[in-house]
Write a protein that binds this ligand. Structure first.
Ligand code: NAD
Length: 263
């Protein structure tokens, strides 16, 4: 029996990259997938890709920073596919690389999308899951939540997601709701940040690979597989966890070590 044949998943920020990969992966494992994004055309294309593979999908454009718009979008998703059993908070935004250079407007926008927007999704979906007796949530955080890798406002918001994950796990466990976070390292996507970095250096992903014990950056499917596991019954006793999916980046500092262990 497919792992997710009873799952109705809502994936935010699924117009591109990792969110699209999560939606397609969950669908291949049997889930119906509702996809929400600011980019209505992109998310409609994600739904088409899922449907072309024989899956069940519903797409709608929505801004997760607007609680009313988001609630209406979630109502539409549930009317189309049924009650959401798995929420994947994936939508995110960053454009400010360092603390000295960040403008006030960028700071507020990044906190608003990455932390407040995720809270809005939880606020909309948790009472529905509670009323129905359970569900699962996976928050997409980042290795930036636990070390400095640039993008400070985004990183502060992603750190907030780790604590928010623990709040949900602690308060809602007794309602049959699990909540975990995934912390990706560098993932080969065409998001705005990586597009700009690749324009500066077309070899950027190959160069970054030496920092990763696994010898490569992640593909979006690497993240999708972890989300699928944490969102499934196989992870039925796992909650409140923040799982790095980073090819070992946080495990050690190989590039530094190669400076003093000359082998
Ligand atoms: N790509 C990486 O290297 C990497 C590394 C660590 C963590 N992550 C995390 O993985 C997730 C996906 O990243 P990605 O690389 O696929 O990025 P992406 O930019 O391609 O996807 C993010 C999506 O969120 C949407 N979005 C932004 N603001 C929104 C809003 N207010 N309302 C609704 N949708 C909104 C965007 O339109 C976009 O489609 C994010 O949470 C990101 O922080 C990515």
């Amino acid at each position: 029996m497919p792992r997710h044949d009873q799952t109705i998943a809502l994936v935010t920020g699924a117009a591109h990259g990792i969110g699209r990969a999560i939606a397609r992966h969950l669908s291949r494992e049997g889930a119906s997938v509702a996809v929400i994004d600011l980019d209505a055309e992109g998310v409609a294309e994600t739904a088409r890709l899922v449907q072309d593979e024989g899956g069940r999908a519903f797409a709608t454009g929505a801004d997760i920073t607007d609680m009313d718009v988001l609630t209406a979008a979630i109502d539409a998703c549930e009317a189309a596919l049924g009650p959401i059993t798995l929420l994947v908070n994936n939508a995110a935004f960053t454009d400010a690389g360092n603390l000295a250079g960040i403008g006030l407007e960028s700071w507020h926008r990044e906190i608003d999308v990455n932390l407040n927007g995720t809270y809005h999704c939880l606020r909309a979906v948790l009472p529905r899951m509670q009323a129905r007796g359970g569900g699962a949530v996976v928050n997409i955080s980042s290795v930036n939540a636990v070390r400095y890798f640039g993008n400070p406002a985004y990183s502060a918001a992603k750190a907030g997601l780790i604590n928010l994950t623990q709040s949900v796990a602690s308060e809602y466990g007794r309602h049959g709701i699990r909540c975990n976070a995934v912390l990706p390292g560098s993932v080969r996507t065409d998001n705005i940040t990586w597009t700009i970095r690749q324009q500066k250096d077309p070899q950027i992903f190959q160069k970054l690979a030496r920092w990763y014990p696994m010898g490569r950056v992640a593909e979006p499917e690497d993240i999708a597989k972890a989300v699928s596991f944490l969102g499934s019954d196989e992870a039925g006793y796992i909650t409140g966890v923040s799982l790095p999916v980073d090819g070992g980046l946080l495990a050690g500092m190989n590039v530094m070590i190669s400076e003093f262990i000359l082998e």
